[in-house]
Design a protein around this ligand. Sequence first.
Ligand code: HEC
Length: 357
Amino acid sequence: MLGWRLRTPAAAIAGIGLGIGLMTTVLVPRVEAQTPAQREQAARKAYEEHMRRMDEAEKAAAAKPATPPAATTPPPAAAAPPANPPAAPKVAAPATPAAGMSQADQDAATERGLEQYRRMMKEDPWSNPALLDADRGEALWAAKKGPRNVSLAETCDLGKGVGKVDGAFAELPRYFEDADRVMDAETRILWCMENFQGFDSTAFRKNPHPGGGQPVKDIGAIATFVSHKSSGMKLASKKDHEKEKEAIALGEALFFRRQGPFDFSCATCHAESGKRIRLQPLPFLSDPKEAKVVVGEWPAYRVSSTHVMTMQHRLLDCYWQMRLHRLDFGSDVSVALSAYLYDRARDGDIAAPGLKR
Ligand code: HEC
C-alpha cells in the first residue's frame, strides 16, 4: 500500500482555459512524514505555482489591447475543423507575426512560463510521484498472482529472457514468437498475465486506464517499473523481423491518415514545429529530432490528472481528441502507432517515468 487517501473531490483548475478541465486532487499521506508524501507535496506545490504564473501571464496578456489596429490584421487563416458538436479542439497555428504585439507578447509570456516549468521538472527528478508506481509495479512483477498463482518474474519474457527486466523496455515494441505478434510493454505485460497467470482480462479491457486522480492500474504500474529499468538507455525498438517492419509501416500510414468526424490525422496536430493547443505544446512527432525528446519520457506522471499516464493511455486520449472509435488496449492499431513513434524516436534517451504537465 502506498499510504495515500483521497480527501477532497477534484477541484477544477480554472482560468487558464486549457480546453479540457485539468483536475487536481489533494492527496493526504495516511502515515505522517513519509518521504514519498513530501515528494508528492513538493510536486503539487510546484505545479500550483506554475498554474499561478500561467494565470498571471494570461491576465497580463489580456490587459493589453485585445485587437491590434484593424487595417494591419487580416483574420488568421484558421484551420478550423467543421463546427459540429462535440467541439473540436482548436489547433493554433505557430506564432502569427501579423497579429501584432499583443499576440507576440502573449506567446513570449507563454513560452517563458513553459520553459520555467520544464526546468523545474528537470531539477529534482525525485519529485516525480511516478516512482511510487514504479515501486508498486516492481512488487506486482515479483508477486505470485492470478488463478495459477505464479509471478511474472518467473514466467514472463519481455524479450531479454524470462524475468529479465533490465534494458527490456529499450527494445520494445518487438516481435514475440510465442504470441506471433509485435507488442509494446503494456501489451506484453497483459499477454503474460493472461497466458501465464491465467487472468481473464475482459473487465480490464473495458476500462484499462485510470480516471483523473485515480492511480494508474496494475499493468500501468508494472509498465512504469519496466520502463524505469531502461532509464538512461537509448530507445532501440526492434526492426529486424518482417512483422516489426510491418507494424512500423502501418503506424506511419495511420499517423498520416485523415479520419473521423473532423478529418484529423495525428499529423494535423503533430507534424509541425511550434504548434500548440492553448498552452499545450504539440510535439512534431514524425520528426526524429522532436520525437527523441519526448517519446522516451513515457510512461509519465501527469500533474494535471495526478496519475501516471502510459503510452497506451496517451494514444487513446489522442484518439478521443480526434473523436475516433475508442482505441482498444493492445490492439494492432495501438501497437503499430507506438511502433512508429518509437521508431521515429530511435536513439533518443529513455527518461522514464517522465513528468508531464
Ligand atoms: C486534435 C489534436 C491532436 C491530434 C489529432 C492528436 N493529438 Fe496527440 N496530443 C495532442 C495534445 C493536446 C497532446 C498533449 C499535450 C500536453 O498535454 O501537453 C498530445 C500529446 C501526444 C503525445 C505525447 C507527446 C509528449 O509531449 O510527450 C503523443 C505521443 C501523441 N500525442 C501521439 C498522437 C498520435 C499517435 C496521434 C494520432 C493517433 C495524435 N497524437 C493525434 C493533440 C492531438
